[in-house]
Design a protein around this ligand. Structure first.
Ligand SMILES: *Cc1c(COP(=O)(O)O)cnc(C)c1O
Length: 375
């Protein structure tokens, strides 16, 4: 890592959060690792959730599932989103479980040799995204899959307002329970809860919960989870800008007196979106304002007192909470972490050790080796 802008992920804290939630719900855990583990690194988060006892993982697409298979993960993977029925042979070959979510999908899927295809039936109980809305179609689809030798392992639905509307969740649950009951089938996996429902909604039917954002400490109900992720950079230049000058593209900010301006190498290409203009970052005990427009790769921050080049900058973390940042940006924590781009180095703490230091060591060894011929 040469550019000092990095996201730190404490895998021990993720594992602790999974254990905590698991103890509360007492059901099997399906860890949701879609979108590269919410931007935190799917294979790294995978290690943590497996250690914490997750029984299965879920992703959004076949591509994401195959990435985990390529990492050597042999356990259960459920694809929550759409798949192309033409890819049934790939699903079977890689033992990846698909969501069966519409009559059209099922009819097209069974045109393949479907023996051994693992599916969970997706029931739409009010989200209106994917899933069977019509009980008759659900039955027809079940029969088709069954007759064609598919392994119907599970059935699930998804709540739209588990964070805010218990009555809506209850109504969705009742629709789900009616659908499951009417099939009279011993499903191995019955699941409806996302993170918030897992800790706020109790039901006698489901036997697994799908955990996503609560692994990262974000919950509408639990306020004592650990916060595993933080985003950092470093001051690369500090100067005093005289009164009356402007800062950045479009000259949107004008200094009103001599102002201490620090430049920090993070920008919208890192996922630090332009809406952050005017927000604060934490630098050496002070909260500095992002003055002027956010550039692609850099920002300028006004400070109260000067700092050295190299001073660490916290974008979010212990001093500026991810949830606070989301509120200020009128968005949700999920969006902020998923948007942190690939060029931001991820560093990991695992079993109390800093994996980044190991990576540094490896890199310096590689550098030494390259330089040998000239020595
Ligand atoms: C993303 C997702 C989850 C996880 O939701 P969280 O709120 O992050 O816990 C669960 N189920 C489905 C279908 C999802 O798409």
């Amino acid at each position: 890592m040469y550019r000092n802008t990095w996201m730190e992920i404490n895998l021990d804290a993720i594992a602790d959060n999974v254990r905590r939630v698991r103890n509360i719900c007492g059901k099997k855990i399906i860890a949701v690792l879609k979108a590269d583990g919410y931007g935190c690194g799917d294979s790294q988060v995978l290690q943590a959730v497996l250690e914490a006892g997750a029984e299965m993982v879920a992703v959004s697409s076949l591509d994401e599932a195959l990435m985990l298979r390529n990492e050597g993960y042999q356990g259960g993977i459920l694809i929550l989103g759409a798949t192309d029925p033409a890819d049934v042979p790939t699903l079977i070959l890689n033992k990846v479980t698909a969501a069966a979510y519409s009559m059209e999908w099922v009819q097209r899927a069974v045109r393949n040799d479907c023996v051994g295809l693992k599916v969970h039936l997706k029931v739409d109980t009010g989200m209106n995204r994917i899933g069977f809305k019509d009980p008759g179609e659900l039955h027809e689809a079940f029969d088709l899959l069954y007759e064609n030798g598919c392994s119907i392992e599970g059935i699930f639905t998804h709540f739209h307002s588990a964070d805010s509307d218990p009555a809506a969740t209850q109504l969705q649950y009742e629709r789900f329970a009616a659908a499951v009951g009417s099939l009279h089938y011993p499903f191995e996996w019955i699941h409806c809860d996302n993170s918030d429902a897992t800790v706020s909604f109790k039901d006698p039917l489901s036997n697994a919960c799908r955990l996503g954002v609560s692994m990262y400490g974000v919950s509408s109900y639990l306020k004592d989870l650990r916060y595993p992720i933080s985003l950092h950079s470093q001051v690369v230049m500090v100067k005093t800008v005289p009164a009356g000058e402007t800062i950045g593209y479009g000259a949107t900010y004008k200094t009103s007196k001599d102002e201490i301006i620090a430049t920090i190498p993070i920008g919208y290409a890192d996922g630090f979106v332009r809406a952050n203009q005017g927000r604060k970052v934490y630098v050496d005990g002070q909260y500095g304002e992002v003055t002027g427009r956010v550039c692609m790769d850099q920002i300028m921050v006004r400070l109260d007192h000067p700092v050295e080049v190299g001073t660490p900058v916290e974008i979010f973390g212990p001093h500026i909470h991810l949830e606070q940042m989301a509120e200020e940006l009128h968005t949700i924590p999920y969006e902020i972490i998923c948007l942190i781009s690939g060029r931001v180095t991820r560093t990991y703490i695992w079993h109390g050790e800093d994996l980044e230091e190991n990576q540094r060591l490896l890199k310096s060894e590689a550098t030494v080796k390259q330089e040998e011929p000239n020595a």
